[in-house]
Design a protein around this ligand. Structure first.
Ligand SMILES: [Zn+2]
Ligand SMILES: [Zn+2]
Length: 290
């Protein structure tokens, strides 16, 4: 009986110590949150009234949580990718595995012939486009790879959501935990070794943002953050790749990873891939917690 009481006491002490460590982590990195500037006319927050999402609201909301049977993020490439594009897809996989601290796998690339002509059109820039909803409903929702928690399709062809829209970067069904993004508009016409890193950074931002929604994160109005809404590629370029302290607190309450390890993994990733600005952002957070 006495031993049992001691064991319970040690357990309580361990839990409260872990909670304090976590709070300390979020409070330390909060200093690096950069306030949002007043939105200008073309930007997302200029025309939209976003309510934001507090930590308490997030905790109360219904969202997916990794379990033993549901813990792998999958990417399904659709199309005919160049050598450099294939390299980016592998780098995206590596990044998502670090970012969410969950196993991430690339599924086999499938051909564009999977999209019937009835779900294609020639857009007003004279380029072929796929109907994003078709990719979600008739391709991705039918797939059920082992232990899937989220599935993101990736196309090299442009996407459109509705006949009267010009294009869309991506579309997701958060309820079904599937999404599709296109790399077409992220690559300035053609992906080369010169624009490789700018384009990679966009792909990492857009994909981690979309999958962040699948884990229940709403658009962020707390700070400059990868969960900020975006209206255009130039706004995406301006938005940070970093998840602000508020959003990190939410994600970590859902996925129980070690925050310090995640930061160190991110730092190493950005360093190895010469993403200098991104590296410096993470370095600041690492400095703050040391
Ligand atoms: Zn969004
Ligand atoms: Zn945020």
């Amino acid at each position: 009986m006495y031993i049992r009481k001691i064991a319970i006491l040690i357990f309580i002490l361990f839990c409260s110590c872990e909670k304090n460590n976590k709070n300390q982590y979020f409070e330390s990195i909060e200093y690096n949150d950069v306030k949002l500037s007043q939105p200008v006319e073309v930007e997302w927050l200029f025309s939209r009234k976003e309510k934001g999402q507090t930590f308490e609201q997030y905790k109360k909301s219904r969202h997916i949580v990794p379990t033993k049977k549901s813990n792998i993020i999958y990417i399904r490439p659709i199309g005919n990718f160049t050598f450099l594009q294939k390299k980016q897809i592998e780098l995206l996989r590596e990044y998502l595995e670090i970012y969410f601290q969950l196993r991430t796998q690339n599924l086999k690339t499938v051909s564009n012939t999977i999209i019937p002509y009835s779900a294609r059109r020639i857009g007003n820039e004279n380029n072929e486009q796929f109907l994003a909803g078709y990719v979600l409903d008739s391709v991705l929702k039918k797939e059920n790879p082992l232990n899937r928690i989220a599935l993101m399709g990736l196309t090299e062809v442009d996407l459109f959501p509705k006949p009267d829209w010009n294009y869309v970067f991506g579309l997701a069904s958060y309820r079904d935990k599937v999404g599709v993004s296109s790399i077409y508009r992220l690559q300035d016409g053609k992906l080369t070794s010169k624009n490789f890193n700018v384009c990679l950074s966009r792909l990492l931002k857009i994909s981690s943002h979309e999958i962040g929604h699948m884990f229940g994160l709403h658009h962020c109005i707390n700070a400059n953050c990868v969960m900020n809404g975006t209206n255009s590629l130039s706004e995406t370029d301006k938005n940070s790749i970093r998840l602000c302290s508020d959003c990190q607190r939410k994600l970590n309450s859902c996925i129980k990873y070690n925050n310090n390890k995640r930061l160190k993994d991110l730092e190493k990733y950005f360093k190895n891939n010469n993403l200098l600005q991104e590296f410096q952002l993470i370095k600041k957070d690492l400095d703050a917690i040391e």
